[in-house]
Design a binder for this molecule. Structure first.
Ligand SMILES: *[C@@H]1O[C@H](CO)[C@@H](O)[C@H](O)[C@H]1NC(C)=O
Ligand SMILES: *[C@@H]1O[C@H](CO)[C@@H](O)[C@H](O)[C@H]1NC(C)=O
Ligand SMILES: *[C@@H]1O[C@H](CO)[C@@H](O)[C@H](O)[C@H]1NC(C)=O
Length: 348
């Protein structure tokens, strides 16, 4: 307990040192309301933040994605327990898409192209009427950077998403479609109260679609276009010569993963057994004989599980059917792994 208190004080002190003299009130204090502007500013309300803020052309953009029907978490300066607003005010998620020369395309600091599961991505939730002025401050102070260490009035959520790479006929160019399909506050709160998990199923919910261009010599990646579009308007894949569609889809639901892996898979079961045994070993050396027998078995199974993962094909029938739309519904795509038939842009 005392340790925790000291850790907390140290964190507060270091945050205080970092933020002294910087205006952060926009991130911590309540906003002025429409009524305030009515009464004191002759009804002139601040300009709203645009849906897309270009930070560095072709390299970095912050998307304010409307989160249709999402619950809104109210955080106040002197916290009572946080509450869920009823009914929730319109709100948006802040998504920072930035090209990183060494790792590809990052979303809120995590690599989404290339993408490897499990990939936990968190996003701030802001009111839908977040002002342009506050957006500029958020960008200048790098609210979505890992270095941001100040508590804010904005709640954060983990994202559940569907991620699709759609190849184009132009070499080096591909679409990255990022569809937030759900938001999760924490698995613990959700398990306890049923609150804090919401699926973005509304038909007006939009997705982000980014046109990436990669050149080989010199190696460079850039964002040619950033769009916020309806799910039905997303770019469709073309069919490659071998008959497969030039696309790869990945879905991620944070509730299906824990620190051992994807729930219900063999690799997780063995990893869990392995790490529990390891912990038990350090806690109690008498486990040694059991370990001598278990370790080779686990190593073998982990190897088999990895092999099994390697052969998994990332492209799914239903995703393709959905993307293709009605005109192709009766012609399900072929999946035989024809040699030389790979989506070129899969490894952006
Ligand atoms: C922003 O939206 C909230 C919730 O709808 C509202 O209470 C507030 O007055 C709005 N602020 C401005 C400046 O319009
Ligand atoms: C990115 O680059 C392309 C040309 O390669 C250009 O047409 C486009 O306007 C640029 N986008 C931004 C946001 O600067
Ligand atoms: C966006 O992400 C990049 C890469 O993680 C980071 O360097 C940058 O500071 C972030 N921008 C904002 C506005 O937080």
């Amino acid at each position: 307990m005392r340790c925790m208190l000291i850790a907390l004080l140290v964190a507060v002190a270091s945050a205080y040192r970092d933020w002294k003299g910087v205006d952060t009130e926009w991130a911590t204090h309540p906003d002025r309301t429409a009524e305030w502007y009515e009464e004191y500013a002759g009804g002139r309300r601040p300009e709203l933040a645009p849906a897309i803020t270009t930070v560095v052309a072709n390299k970095s953009s912050v998307v304010k994605l409307e989160c249709v029907g999402c619950p809104f978490r109210v955080r106040e300066l002197h916290p009572e327990p946080e509450e869920w607003q009823e009914p929730p005010q319109d709100n948006s998620l802040l998504l920072n898409f930035t090209i990183d020369a060494s790792s590809g395309l990052l979303l809120n600091g995590r690599s989404v192209a290339p993408l490897a599961l499990p990939l936990h991505i968190h996003a701030f939730q802001v009111p839908a009427n977040f002002s342009k002025d506050h957006m500029e401050k958020a960008v200048n102070l790098r609210l979505m950077d890992d270095s941001w260490n100040l508590g804010t009035k904005f709640g954060t959520f983990e994202l559940q998403y569907e991620h699709t790479v759609v190849g184009t006929r132009e070499p080096g160019k591909s679409w990255i479609q990022f569809d937030v399909t759900g938001i999760l506050y924490t698995p613990q709160i959700y398990a306890k109260s049923g609150n804090g998990y919401y699926l973005l199923k509304n038909e007006d919910q939009k997705i982000v679609q980014i046109l990436l261009r990669e050149t080989a010599e010199p190696h460079q990646i850039s964002m040619e276009d950033v769009q916020i579009i309806d799910r039905k308007d997303r770019a469709k894949p073309y069919r490659m010569e071998c008959g497969r569609l030039a696309m790869a889809r990945t879905v991620f639901n944070p509730l299906e993963w824990d620190r051992y892996g994807k729930i219900g898979t063999w690799s997780r079961a063995f990893y869990m057994l392995w790490s529990k045994t390891r912990d038990a070993f350090w806690a109690n050396f008498t486990f040694l004989p059991i370990l001598v027998i278990l370790v080779p078995v686990i190593v073998l199974f982990r190897w088999m599980a990895r092999k099994q993962q390697e052969v998994a094909v990332p492209v799914e029938d239903d995703a393709e059917a959905a993307l293709l739309g009605s005109e192709h519904e009766d012609a399900p795509p072929e999946h035989d792994d024809v040699p030389g038939c790979h989506m070129e842009d899969e490894k952006v």
